[in-house]
Design a protein around this ligand. Structure first.
Ligand code: ATP
Ligand code: MG
Length: 204
């Protein structure tokens, strides 16, 4: 019997809120790279977002669970929100690998996040921990120059010009976020008044 090593995508993000751009990216990578699962990992305090208030981790986690619940191949992990301090990808991958040493991980990142890859903590070590998949994103140019060969796979995915920043601005202005985020996420935002400062900015 041939044993198949499980192929698991890792979609890290602030997910403030999670939107259909994230979900399409994960779904497309899963189909193209024949992944068995994609685990969504909401960040704790994101390294690159110290300039703005990020919504409580528990809300971002819950929205991610709601958004991924209907897909049997999508799961959500708490490793980043339970680790104190800033979130670094190297720690995310270490924790996931400790939980499941017997799987192959594929870290999925958009063109904008990849641009920062060389500045990540312990970036040389990252390449041995996972394969990296860079997906296209409207408004961001995909450039993998300067990386070691064969560590990053570039994938063109259907272009959805959606960002969490825009979703937050819409919610704050009372404009619709329907169809930009999953229905359950629309309802979670409304239920807790997220992005209507200052009420939703509770401490995590
Ligand atoms: P924000 O506007 O707050 O930065 P965001 O929309 O960029 O939010 P993040 O949580 O920062 O969402 O992104 C998580 C990951 O998903 C990153 O790797 C990012 O490049 C990728 N991503 C986000 N939106 C898209 C999209 N529309 N298409 C493809 N990839 C995306
Ligand atoms: Mg972003």
């Amino acid at each position: 019997m041939t044993s198949h090593r499980r192929r698991v995508g890792v979609m890290g993000g602030t997910f403030d809120p999670i939107h259909h751009g994230h979900l399409v990216a994960a779904s497309e990578v899963a189909a193209r790279l024949d992944l068995d699962e994609v685990v969504f990992v909401p960040t704790g305090q994101p390294t690159f977002k110290q300039d703005r208030e990020v919504t409580a981790a528990e809300h971002r986690y819950l929205m991610t669970v709601i958004a991924t619940a209907s897909n049997p191949r999508f799961t959500t992990s708490r490793v980043d929100i339970e680790r104190p301090g800033l979130t670094y990808t190297v720690d995310t991958l270490r924790d996931l690998r400790a939980q499941r040493p017997d799987v192959d991980y594929f870290f999925i990142t958009g063109a904008d996040a990849l641009a920062q890859i060389l500045t990540w903590k312990d970036s040389e070590e990252l390449w041995s921990m996972a394969h990296f998949v860079a997906v296209t994103r409207p408004g961001h140019h995909l450039s993998v120059a300067g990386l070691p060969p064969n560590v990053v796979t570039e994938l063109e995915i259907p272009a959805l010009a959606i960002s969490s920043t825009d979703c937050r601005a819409r919610a704050r202005a009372g404009e619709p976020v329907w169809y930009l985020v999953p229905d359950g996420v629309v309802q979670h935002i409304a239920k807790y008044g997220l992005y209507r400062e200052p009420a939703a900015m509770v401490a995590s």
